[in-house]
Structures are given as structure tokens and as C-alpha cells.
Design a protein around this ligand. Structure first.
Ligand code: ADP
Length: 908
């Protein structure tokens, strides 16, 4: 039966006896008592009335009846009121002989009699019976029901006695108030009506001596007006009917047995359905099916109770045959406090409850809570039953049933239902245990998988000595462990003002880059070098909540805080925070001992507000491990760097020794040569010769002293990042150039073409500026073709105009951001010489490095001049670079310094 037709017209009443049996019993009795017609009404529990189950006649009854039929002429109406009073008085006084009453008119109508029947004499065929068609004869028709005390049948039931009665008296007593006449084909003449008493044998067996329980009523009638009264046969009939009662009871028992075995089968079905099937909808379906097979119900409510959560779940509700859909999947949840009466009955009293809401008004009010709710209003139902689902001493739910039928739930049926509920309860508990086991197992498996992921994460970060690779492994493993698709490591900048991304795990291992359009695009990520584009992602640190929270174990950034950071981030940082769909981000500060290393940033998965505590625990453990691994890797890298530096220094030292020994040896050789010549020839040499030797020696000594001077100067400068103290002031480029040019022209014949305006002033150290100019002019003169001019110029430009002229290693975008597009003076020294090979062009600015070509020429040099010049120019806030050098055309060395306005007194 589909659930929506629950509680339909199908009846399981025990009173639906097989009509054949009843007809047979009636026939036997008719033969015994010489009656022509008979009917049997049996008690129908569903309606609480006697219902006619069979009505039969001998086939010849019609003929018999019509032989002597003579209706009264119109107008001869008997005094019905006085007849009724007398008869009622007789009946109440217990007098059963009511047959001698005066004839009265019936309210029953007779059809006209066919002449063939009138003419034909009766030919009784006593053993042939037929059922009386309710359409032809409505008197005691099959299906008619009689409440107790009503009509002849109800009266006999009420009195539990046998009566013999004439039809006229029957009409007077029971049918005077009837307005609608009954259709009738044969008019009975007199009746014998006998109650079917429940067998006394059964009573005795049940332990009570005698009960007047009436199972039904049998009514026999004659059709011939001349037939004798049944009066004398009443006792015999009572005895006879007792046998019929036994038949009926026997039959009933037989059917109860059948039903019991059917129930047993159903119960077995239910008990074997678990725990393999733990689906709630299936369970509910089976309970539903079972209940309809056992009892007559109109509404059902199945409720489960979870004592851990203190919640009630309505999982099945049928309101007057209509099922509330989808409850098994989405039960109606109520707090325990919302159903105090339910809790009292099921949890405290732990009992079942049976009453009739329609009849018992007090209970109906007391249990109103149980009679309303998801299954509709059950306040007017005839029967209500609550069965608790008990498991040892606790109740895990209830099954509530109602029926529109009075006494719908009999003890036997309740017992069956209780058994069913018990089986279901045990099954649910079993299923729960099974489910619990299963979830523990699956949790253990999940944990195992996570542990494996953590393990591999730890391994991947502990076994790597390259910091970038390690961080890339870290962000990737973290993303895998907590199942997110984005994870980043933020590192503080050297100034500690900002954080920049050192490693990023983004969808399918790609990272953001710039394709020139200004918009980032995604490209495969490099593993062992910091990705330049990724490291451009910068967010503020100093003074932000990130700095305030960095001592916490972890914290979350919500969307408002992310937006606040995005507002003061650089472009890439803003894009990262706004465009990657981050709703909330977990930040884990990472430090090794007291040294802060950065933040691990893990956005929460979409829709999830937070990570589970155990995930956070895992991440903290990984981060702690990662922090020491990073520290190790950093130390390793530092050591590598130091090693590299030492190696470089070693090479430099070697180069220096080569250069220095070469450069030292040359003047020393000269000094030694000339001095020994002087010694040897001193007696013969004339003063001019002595003068020549002495000059040679002085020049060589000067070279030596210059070399030693440069070496000392370079050494005193210290390492490249060490600041050099200078006296910075406005310096006139023209004046500095004039001195430098005169210094050079003093010792050489070279033509220098200056193009320096006298109003160009720079901020710098006058002596160092002169030294730089002298050095560049000297180089130009040393390394160019003889007799070619050297050009010296000074031009005022903006910093932005100079940047494109610089060599890539000298470009510093931050300068313009820091200082703005300031005015600078670019000083250029251009010669016409062999030029410098491309491979040497950047190297010549390093300490002791000379161009390869210079090593094979007699031109002396220490390889320190350009290094020293660059250090001084940078210390004055400028840059020095080789602007261009073309083979056999010459080179142009340039430097710029910040321009300043000429001092007022200088202009004057
Ligand atoms: P030094 O001139 O004492 O060797 P510098 O540091 O001044 O040292 O120059 C380094 C090297 O750069 C020189 O040895 C030379 O090889 C090369 N060099 C410098 N200036 C020029 C130039 N104007 N033309 C060609 N080569 C040059």
C-alpha cells in the first residue's frame, strides 16, 4: 500500500466472517425452527454496532407469503401511540410474550404482486435458500448496522434475551418514528430474535464465571400470516445459538491464528532488516507498513529522541492518511524543552498511553501537546495510543497512533505493536553502534592519511637546504594537508616595514606574472629561486595589526582586515588580497627562538569560517618544524655565501698579487736599474745624465707611492656597503674641472676640450670630485690614441632622463620613488681609443681589475681607480658608469651628482 493511502477503507476486523459459513448456519437454524427467512448481525468493533452480515430465505418464501396476503383497506389506521406505550411497558417489565397485540399497519411498503405468483399454490423446497438482495428488501438488509438498543436487533443485544414478536408489534415498537418507508418484497409475519452469547466455556477459561458478552444477533422469521408464534421456541433457540457462537468463535480463533502468524512473519522481516539496512526512510517505511497491517489507524507520528543533544526528531508523520513528505531525510527537530508532556511520559514514566481523545475530555486537555503538532490535530479522534521505544532503562523515541474508530487498539494488537517497536528499537541501537564503529574506523583512516600527509610535509621541508625550495615545499604541503588551493609564506623586508611573498602555492602550481599589460597572469612556478613576480607581492607590516599580532600563536584576518591591508599594499599585494577570492585568512607567525621569520598565510576554504582545531594543531606543528628547518637552510646558505665570498676574495687576492706584483715590480725594476746605473756611472756621469737617472727614479718612486696610496685608500674604504664620510657641500663643477685639467696638462701634452658652464653646481665633496675627474681624465689619456682630444662636459638633466643611459647594474628604480625626479648634473669624459671589450665593461669597476688588453700594454695601472671613483660618487649621492665604449672609437665614462643652486655669494 503506498504511504499516502494510509488508513484507507480496508478493514481487518475480526467480524468479517465468511458469508458461506453464516448462510449455512442460518439455513440449519431455519430448518430447525421452521422459519422461512433469517439474518445474522455481528458486532463490528470498528463502529461499535451490530452489522447485518447475511440475510437468507428459502426460495419458496415469496410464494408462501403471497398466498394469504390481504392489505388493510385505507382509512383503518390503528391507534399506534397507545399500542406503543403498552408494548414498551410490557417489554420493560420483562414480559416476552408480545405476540397477542392487535394488528397494525406497517410502514413498510409492498410491491404489487405478480398475478402468476398469486395464482400459483406454494411448493415449498425447504433446502434451497437464496440471499436477500438489499435493493429488493431493505428490512434487515445486509450491511445495515444497529447501535445498542436500536431497532429489534439493537434491543436484543441490549437485553441479551430471546424474543418472539409479531411483525405488527415490531412496527409499533421500533418503526413508528420512521418517516421514510423501507422497500420490502416479502412481509414477515412474526420474528424470533436471539442473542449470540459468547460461549460460557470461553468465559470460564478466562476465569470469569459468566459474562453477557453478545457476539451478535440472529433473527428468524415466518412469512405466512398463519404461521405459529415462535414463543415456545425461545429457549431452544438460545441453546441452539450457543453452538453457532462456538462455530463463530472457533472461526475467529482460526483467523486470529492466521493473523498472528502473519504478524510473526512481518516481525521477522523487520528484525532481519537491521542492521544491514540502516536507512531511516526504509525503517520508517517498514514501521508504517506494519502498523497498517495490524490496526486501523488514521494518523501516525514516529519520534526519535537524542539524549546527547536533548533533541527530538519527528521522522514520520501521517495526518489523516496523508504523509508529510521528506521527513525521513529532513526530520522536524524540536528541543526537549518544547515537549515537556512527551518527555514526562516517555522519559520519566516510561509507559504507554491509551485513551480516547473524543470521549475523555480531561485527558484530551492534559495530553493536548501529544495530540497536536506535525501530524495535525488529533483532538477529536476516537482512539489514541502512545508506545515508548524502550531500550533497557531509556526511551529513544515513541510511536503515536490515532484512529477514528472507538477502541481501535485492542490489547492483542497493542502487544504485537509493542513487540514490533521493541525490535525496531534494538535494531536502531545496533545500527547506531555499527554506525559508530564505522565512523570511528573512517576517522582513524582519515587521521592515518593526514598523518602520512604531515609526514611527507615534514620530510619535504626537513630534507631541503635551499630556503626558497624549502618554503615552496612548505606552502605546497600545507595546502595538501588542510586541503586548500592557496597558501603563501610572507617574509619581512630588510627594513621590516613590509612583508613580501617568498613562496606561494596557487592553483595548479602556477604563479602570478606580468605579461607587460600591467595585469598579472599565471605561469608555472619555479622551485628553487624566489619568483621575481611573486616576490613583488607586498603588504604592509610595520604599524599594522600583523605586527601587533605577531606574538600570537595564530590569528585570522577577516575580509575587513584584508581590505584594510589591501589599501596600503603595493599593486601586486592588492591584487593578491582582493582578486584571489580570499574570504578569511589564517596567519601563523613563524619564528626561530626569538627571531621572527615571517607568516604562513592560509586562506580558509570557501564557505568555511575557520579551520578545525586539529588542523590548526597540525599546521602549528609543521610550522614549528619548518622554522628550524628554515633556520638551518638559512645558515647553510649563509655559509655557502661566505664560502663563495671567500673564494671570490681568494681569486681577487690572486689577481691582486698578479697585478700588484706586476705594477710594483715595474717601478721597482726602474728604480733598481737606474740607481745601479747611477752607482756604476756616478764617477763618469755628467750632471745631465745624473739628472735623467734621478728623474727616472723619482717617477718610478712616484708610481710606487701612487700605487701604495691607492691601495691604502681602497683598503680604508672598507667593504662596499660601508658608508664613507665626506664633506658634502655645494661644489662648482667648473672649478673642479679646471683644476683636474690643469693637473693632467701639467704632465702631458693632451688636448682637453672642456664644455662646462660655470653656473653648474652639485652637492658633493670638492676634493673627491676633483679626484674623480682627475682619475677619469688620466684614464682617458692613458688608454686612448695619442694626440686625440679628450672631451669633458657637464649637463643638467632630470633623474628620469638619466636612468635610460645607465648600465643595467646601476639602475635603481627606488631612487626616483625616494627622492623624486630631481635635477642632476651628468659629467662625461670621452676619449678616442681602442675601447673596452664587452666582457670587461662591468668588471673594470671592481677592485684590482684591469681590462684584459691593459695587462699586455706598458701602460701602468692598479685597477683601483674606477673602484675608488665609483665609491666616492655613490657616497656623494650619484652614479658612475661606462656610458658607452666602441672598439677603436673610444669610451665615454659618465657620472652624475645631485644638482644644487649656486650659492648666492658665488653668483655675485
Ligand atoms: P688603472 O687605470 O689604474 O688600471 P682603473 O680602475 O682606473 O685602474 O681602470 C681599470 C681598467 O679599466 C684599466 O686598467 C683599463 O684597462 C680600463 N680603462 C679604464 N679607463 C679606460 C679608458 N678610458 N679606455 C680604455 N680602457 C680603460
Amino acid at each position: 500500500m503506498p504511504p499516502s493511502t494510509w488508513g484507507g477503507p480496508e478493514s481487518n476486523s475480526d467480524e468479517t466472517y465468511p458469508v458461506n459459513l453464516l448462510a449455512h448456519l442460518l439455513k440449519q437454524m431455519m430448518l430447525q425452527f421452521g422459519a422461512q427467512g433469517a439474518c445474522v448481525a455481528l458486532h463490528d468493533e470498528r463502529i461499535g454496532q451490530m452489522r447485518v452480515q447475511a440475510h437468507v430465505r428459502f426460495k419458496n418464501a415469496r410464494v408462501l407469503a403471497h398466498l394469504s396476503l390481504s392489505p388493510l383497506p385505507p382509512g383503518q389506521m390503528p391507534n399506534m401511540a397507545s399500542n406503543t406505550r403498552r408494548l414498551t411497558a410490557n417489554l420493560e417489565a420483562g414480559e416476552q410474550d408480545i405476540m397477542q397485540m392487535s394488528p397494525i399497519l406497517s410502514d413498510l411498503t409492498l410491491p404489487s404482486i405478480p398475478s402468476s405468483i398469486r395464482a400459483r399454490p406454494a411448493e415449498p423446497a425447504p433446502d434451497e435458500i437464496e440471499s436477500v438482495d438489499p435493493h429488493q428488501c431493505e428490512l434487515f438488509a445486509v450491511g445495515s448496522a444497529y447501535p445498542i438498543g436500536h431497532d429489534l436487533i439493537g434491543y436484543t443485544w441490549h437485553k441479551n434475551e430471546a424474543y418472539a414478536m409479531r411483525h405488527e408489534d415490531y412496527v409499533t415498537l421500533f418503526r413508528t418514528n420512521h418517516i421514510q418507508p423501507l422497500k420490502i418484497d416479502i412481509l414477515p409475519s412474526n420474528y424470533l430474535v436471539v442473542p449470540i452469547r459468547e460461549s460460557t466455556l470461553a468465559d470460564e477459561m478466562r476465569g470469569h464465571p459468566h459474562s453477557s458478552n453478545v457476539l451478535g444477533v440472529i433473527l428468524l422469521y415466518h412469512v405466512s400470516p398463519n404461521a405459529p408464534s415462535f414463543k415456545a421456541q425461545r429457549n431452544e433457540a438460545l441453546n441452539y445459538v450457543e453452538r453457532i457462537a462456538l462455530y463463530l468463535q472457533n472461526d475467529k480463533l482460526h483467523r486470529i491464528r492466521l493473523r498472528t502468524s502473519e504478524y510473526l512473519q512481518l516481525l521477522q522481516d523487520i528484525s532481519t532488516a537491521f542492521p544491514s539496512s540502516v536507512q531511516l526512510s526504509e525503517l520508517v517505511g517498514r514501521i508504517h507498513q506494519f502498523v497498517t497491517r495490524v490496526v486501523d489507524v488514521s494518523s501516525v507520528l514516529l519520534t526519535f529522541y537524542d539524549r546527547d543533544l536533548n533533541r527530538l526528531y519527528d521522522v514520520l508523520a501521517i495526518n489523516n492518511g496523508k504523509q508529510v513528505e521528506g521527513l525521513a531525510e529532513r526530520p522536524m527537530v524540536r528541543l526537549k524543552s518544547e515537549r515537556p508532556v512527551w518527555c514526562h511520559i516517555t522519559q520519566k514514566e516510561q509507559r504507554s498511553l491509551l485513551f480516547s481523545p473524543a470521549q475523555e475530555h480531561e485527558k484530551r486537555l492534559e495530553y493536548k501537546e501529544l495530540l497536536t503538532g506535525l501530524w495535525g490535530n488529533q483532538m477529536d479522534t476516537e482512539s489514541f495510543l502512545l508506545l515508548p521505544m524502550k531500550m533497557f532503562n531509556r526511551v529513544i523515541g515513541s510511536l503515536c497512533l490515532t484512529s477514528m474508530r472507538p477502541n481501535a487498539f485492542q490489547p492483542d494488537e497493542i502487544q504485537v505493536l509493542e513487540t514490533m517497536i521493541q525490535i525496531v528499537t534494538v535494531s536502531i541501537e545496533n545500527a547506531n553502534l555499527y554506525e559508530r564503529d564505522r565512523s570511528i574506523l573512517s576517522e582513524a583512516r582519515q587521521r592515518e592519511a593526514q598523518l602520512a600527509a604531515i609526514n611527507s610535509a615534514l620530510q619535504s621541508i626537513s630534507s631541503v637546504l635551499n630556503v626558497t625550495e624549502l618554503l615552496n615545499n612548505l606552502v605546497e604541503s600545507v595546502a595538501a594537508v588542510v586541503k586548500v588551493d592557496l597558501c603563501a609564506f610572507f617574509e619581512p623586508s630588510t627594513s621590516n616595514d613590509n612583508l613580501f611573498v617568498h613562496a606561494l602555492y596557487a592553483p595548479s602550481s602556477v604563479s602570478m606574472t606580468d605579461d607587460g599589460s600591467g595585469m598579472p597572469i599565471l605561469v608555472p612556478q619555479k622551485k628553487d629561486k624566489p619568483d621575481e613576480i611573486i616576490s613583488q607581492i607586498q603588504i604592509p607590516f610595520k604599524g599594522t595589526l600583523l605586527e601587533q599580532e605577531m606574538d600570537e600563536g595564530f590569528f585570522y584576518l577577516d575580509s575587513a582586515q584584508l581590505e584594510e591591508l589591501a589599501l596600503s599594499s603595493n599593486d601586486a599585494g592588492t591584487i593578491f588580497l582582493r582578486e584571489t577570492g580570499i574570504e578569511r585568512m589564517l596567519m601563523i607567525p613563524m619564528s626561530y627562538q626569538t627571531e621572527f621569520m615571517g607568516f604562513l598565510a592560509v586562506p580558509t576554504p570557501r564557505g568555511n569560517h575557520s579551520f578545525r582545531p586539529k588542523d590548526i594543531g597540525t599546521l602549528l606543528a609543521i610550522c614549528a618544524q619548518a622554522a628550524s628547518a628554515i633556520r638551518n637552510a638559512q645558515l647553510f646558505e649563509q655559509r655557502e655565501e661566505t664560502n663563495d665570498e671567500l673564494e671570490r676574495m681568494n681569486t681577487l687576492k690572486d689577481e691582486f698579487l698578479v697585478t700588484a706584483s706586476h705594477e710594483l715590480r715595474t717601478p721597482l725594476t726602474a728604480i733598481r736599474g737606474y740607481s745601479s746605473q747611477l752607482q756604476r756611472q756616478s764617477s763618469r756621469a755628467n750632471p745631465q745624465q745624473i739628472m735623467r737617472f734621478a728623474t727616472k727614479i723619482a717617477v718610478a718612486a712616484q708610481q710606487l707611492s701612487d700605487l701604495v696610496g691607492s691601495m691604502t685608500e681602497a683598503a680604508q674604504m672598507g667593504p662596499v656597503d660601508q658608508k664613507i664620510d665626506l664633506r658634502i657641500e655645494p661644489v662648482q663643477v667648473f672649478a673642479a674641472a679646471e683644476i683636474a685639467v690643469s693637473m693632467l696638462t701639467l704632465n702631458s701634452e693632451r688636448t682637453i676640450v672642456p664644455d662646462v658652464s660655470s653656473d653648474i653646481w652639485v652637492s658633493g665633496d670638492a676634493a673627491k670630485l676633483r679626484q674623480v675627474l682627475t682619475n677619469l681624465l688620466e684614464n682617458a689619456s692613458k688608454y686612448s690614441y695619442p694626440d686625440t682630444p679628450i672631451h669633458l662636459s657637464a649637463t643638467s638633466l632630470h633623474l628620469s632622463e638619466v636612468e635610460p643611459l645607465l648600465t643595467p647594474d646601476q639602475v635603481d628604480h627606488a631612487l626616483i620613488l625616494d627622492k623624486g625626479d630631481i635635477s642632476v648634473v651628468v659629467v662625461r669624459v670621452q676619449d678616442r681609443g681602442e675601447g673596452i671589450l664587452p666582457g670587461d665593461q662591468l668588471k673594470i669597476f671592481e677592485k684590482f681589475v684591469r681590462a684584459t688588453r691593459s695587462l699586455t700594454t706598458p701602460v701602468r695601472g692598479s685597477g683601483l681607480g674606477l673602484y675608488i671613483c665609483r665609491r666616492y660618487v655613490e657616497a656623494m649621492g650619484g652614479k658612475l658608469w661606462l656610458e658607452h665604449s666602441i672598439a677603436n672609437e673610444g669610451s665615454m665614462f659618465s657620472f652624475y651628482l645631485p644638482q644644487v643652486a649656486p650659492p648666492v655669494d658665488a653668483v655675485e
